[in-house]
Each structure stands twice: as structure tokens, then as C-alpha cells.
Ligand binder design. Structure first.
Ligand code: PMP
Length: 420
């Protein structure tokens, strides 16, 4: 089939500086883990809206609830007003997510995006501790606003701000300097080095697995030591679960596997359930010292998102969904490991957990070529890592084993062609 409406695509390319070059077609329809373009070509989605579509495109149950709500003229936009949709979401979030995990957080709606949640976390930590510095990590990604960018460990993204960013220190992430370098020991020495004029940081912000940074996984013990370090020095521990939360790694919160309890948790992307903008900042109750109105935003009361978010939480009412993610993650891992060992000349290494995995390649350009080739065969996936060295596999969590295998068959064929 001919590629569709190249004219439209050309217009987009020339007028909008966007990522559309990576996926050169015009998409018209999407359902579950599949997208279609204007020529009727089918694509398997191993990208899932960068983690915003954990429950798939146009999830039929969520869609039904949304349509019904709109049909009945439910409130769509409500700022801080109490609405039935918001109350239902809050109640269900408490019942299904927080209480069974023994977690006690106040829930804030900081605005529609992940960066809004990160901003609110950074601001609150600074206000609570009356300290200014925040520690972030090498290769971290926290968003595009000034505060979030100041703790993002990516030179290219930081250069978007034009001039150096303040109030942040970058520390080596777990494993960044090799297995024998104990980064927590280093941090412990650093923050206590008052002789050098170092003052205690307000917060440490961490992703348990760095999604944009190249699927770097922090060890459970490392995270526990990080938590201990924070406790000892009254540093606010912020876990940015914007991408790894909502089940991506097999548990609702990515930090559950390590048993830590962050002071603040940032959630967004898939919390809205249907790809609708929504974000949460979960705050340990003692830290909630804000006066009403000290942090807000016009789109903090997106009731359409509350409707789909409430319904999406049904997936978490028992352990089956979690178990399915872990099972599919094991299948994914087995197949990726087998591909990597079948084509050793590509020098790939499998990384990740649950349905957040990928292959890191030693040679620059391999991951990009792989994604490009995959797209030409009907598979959508993106690269990650500072040098785009990782081919990232992040399908919707609702994908069935058949869909997963179909996508992986394409990937295997691409690896074979690249290795030839
Ligand atoms: N934190 C993490 C870990 C992310 O992956 C992202 C988005 N990729 C953000 C924050 C920023 O979210 P948003 O783009 O919705 O502002």
C-alpha cells in the first residue's frame, strides 16, 4: 500500500518541529495495542504514549464510562470544586491503592502533567525543609519546566534552558560508575562535608528505573539505603513514578518492590487511564504545610480524567492484573535475552523489569536503526538513553501474549536483518 497523505505529513514536518519524523505516516485509529494509519496499515504499539496508555488505546470499559458521563452532562472542568467524579476517584484511590499497601498520603492535583507534579514536589520539599538544593541523578528525567529540568541529568535537555540551571546537584545513579563504586557512601560523605561549604539538600528525587535515561534499574538495597540517608538527615525523599508507576514494572507503585516509603510520590501519564491529562502529588500528611492556593493550576480538576481514572483502578482491585504483568514481563525478558544471544554481533544487553524493558546496544545508532526498521514492518517503539542507545519496549499493560509475541517476532526479524 502507498504511504498515506504525504502532503499532510510534509506540512506537519515543515510547520511543526516535532518527533513526527520518527513515525512517518498519519495515524487515524487506535484500539488496544494497535494503531492504524490512513492507508489502513496496522502497527503494534510498543510505545504506549510514552507510558500514558497502560490500559490501551480506547479501552472499551473506560470509553463506556466516559461516554455515559458526557451523555449525562457530567461536570467536565471544576478547578478545586468538589464533584462527584473527583470524590469517587479519591475514595477508590484510597480503597484500592493506598489502604491495601498501608500507605497514608494526602492527594494533591498539581495540574495536568508529570512536570506539574514534579514542580509541586520540589517546591513543597524546599518550603518544608527551608533548604534550597535538590539532589537529582545522572541520566534522570523529570520534565521540561525549569524546576524539573534542574534535576534532569541530560545535557541536551538542559541546554533547552539556555543558561545554567540552579539549585540542583547531580549524583551518580546506582551502577553509573560501575558495580564497585558505592554511590550512597559517596553521597553520605558529600552532604556532611560542611568543611567544603556544602549545605544539606532539601530533597532527593529519584526514579526507581530511569525510563528516558536508558532503562537503568536501581537496586532494592540501594533504594533502601537512599531512604535511610534521607531519614537520617531529614531530607525529603521524592520518588518520581510518572513513567514507572501505574503498574509499568509489575506493581502499582514501582517502589513497592524495594519496600521503601517515599515522602512524596509524583504520578501522571497513566493515572488518567485513557490518555487524558491528569497528575497527582502524594504527600506524607505531616509535610502538607501549604495554604490552600499556594500551588494550583487551571486544569487541576479534569473530571473526564477522574471518570476514566476511577474505572482504571478496577484493574487493581485484586492481584490478577499485577500477576499478568509480571508473567508477560517474564515472557518479554526470555525472548529479548534469546534475541541478544542469537545475534551477538549487535552487542546488546537486556535491561528492565515488568513491561518496561529494552535492549541497550554498545554501538551508537543500532537502537535507532532498529526502531526505524521496526516501524517499516508495523511495530512502533522508541529509543531511550542519552545517546539513544537503548531500544525501549513499553507496550500497553493490557496487551495479550499473542500481541506481545507478534511484536517480538517483528523485533526479532529486524535484529536478524541488522545483524546480517
Ligand atoms: N518524570 C518522568 C519520570 C517522566 O518520564 C516524564 C515524562 N517522560 C516526566 C516526569 C514529565 O512528564 P510530562 O511530560 O507529563 O510533564
Amino acid at each position: 500500500k502507498e504511504k498515506p497523505s504525504l502532503h499532510v505529513f510534509d506540512t506537519l514536518e515543515s510547520e511543526v518541529r516535532s518527533y513526527c519524523r520518527s513515525f512517518p505516516t498519519v495515524f487515524t485509529k487506535a484500539k488496544g495495542y494497535t494503531l492504524w494509519d490512513a492507508a489502513g496499515e496496522e502497527y503494534i504499539d510498543f510505545f504506549a504514549g510514552a507510558g500514558a496508555l497502560n490500559y490501551g488505546h480506547n479501552n472499551p470499559v473506560l470509553k463506556q464510562k466516559l461516554l455515559q458521563y458526557i451523555q449525562e452532562d457530567g461536570v467536565t472542568h471544576s478547578l478545586d470544586m468538589a464533584t462527584e467524579a473527583k470524590q469517587q476517584f479519591l475514595e477508590r484511590f484510597r480503597q484500592v491503592i493506598l489502604e491495601p499497601r498501608g500507605l497514608s498520603y494526602k492527594v494533591q492535583f498539581p495540574g495536568p502533567t508529570g512536570a506539574n507534579s514534579v514542580e509541586s514536589a520540589l517546591k513543597l520539599a524546599r518550603k518544608v525543609t527551608e533548604r534550597s538544593t535538590v539532589i537529582g541523578f545522572t541520566n534522570a528525567f523529570h520534565g521540561m519546566t525549569l524546576g524539573a529540568l534542574s534535576v534532569t541529568g541530560n545535557k541536551f535537555k538542559r541546554s533547552g534552558a539556555g543558561v545554567p540551571l540552579h539549585h540542583s546537584v547531580s549524583m551518580p545513579y546506582d551502577g553509573y560508575l560501575g558495580e564497585n563504586f558505592h554511590t550512597i557512601d559517596y553521597m553520605e560523605n558529600y552532604i556532611q562535608d560542611t568543611g567544603s561549604g556544602i549545605s544539606l539538600p532539601a530533597a532527593i528525587i529519584v526514579e526507581t528505573i530511569q525510563g528516558e535515561g536508558g532503562i537503568n534499574v536501581a537496586g532494592a538495597e540501594w533504594l533502601r539505603r537512599l531512604e535511610k540517608l534521607c531519614k537520617e538527615h531529614q531530607i525529603v525523599l521524592i520518588v518520581d513514578d510518572v513513567q514507572m508507576g501505574c503498574g509499568r514494572t509489575g506493581t502499582f507503585f514501582s517502589f513497592e518492590a524495594s519496600g521503601i516509603t517515599p515522602d512524596i510520590v509524583c504520578l501522571s501519564k497513566s493515572i488518567g487511564g485513557y490518555g487524558l491529562p491528569m497528575a497527582l502529588t502524594l504527600i506524607r500528611p505531616e509535610l502538607d504545610i501549604w495554604e490552600p492556593g499556594e500551588h494550583n493550576g487551571t486544569f487541576r480538576g479534569n473530571n473526564l480524567a477522574f471518570i476514566t481514572a476511577s474505572e482504571a483502578l478496577r484493574y487493581w482491585e485484586n492481584n490478577d492484573f499485577s500477576k499478568e504483568i509480571i508473567d508477560k514481563g517474564e515472557l518479554l525478558n526470555l525472548r529479548l535475552c534469546s534475541m541478544v544471544s542469537s545475534f551477538p554481533q549487535l552487542k546488546g544487553q537486556v535491561r528492565g523489569r515488568g513491561l518496561m524493558q529494552g535492549i541497550a546496544f554498545e554501538t551508537n545508532g543500532v537502537a535507532e536503526s532498529l526502531c526505524e526498521l521496526a516501524f517499516s514492518k508495523g511495530l512502533i517503539m522508541e529509543t531511550s538513553g542519552t545517546d539513544s542507545e537503548v531500544a525501549k519496549i513499553m507496550p500497553p499493560l493490557i496487551i495479550d501474549q499473542t500481541g506481545l509475541n507478534r511484536g517480538l517476532d517483528i523485533l526479532e526479524q529486524c535484529m536478524k536483518e541488522l545483524a546480517a
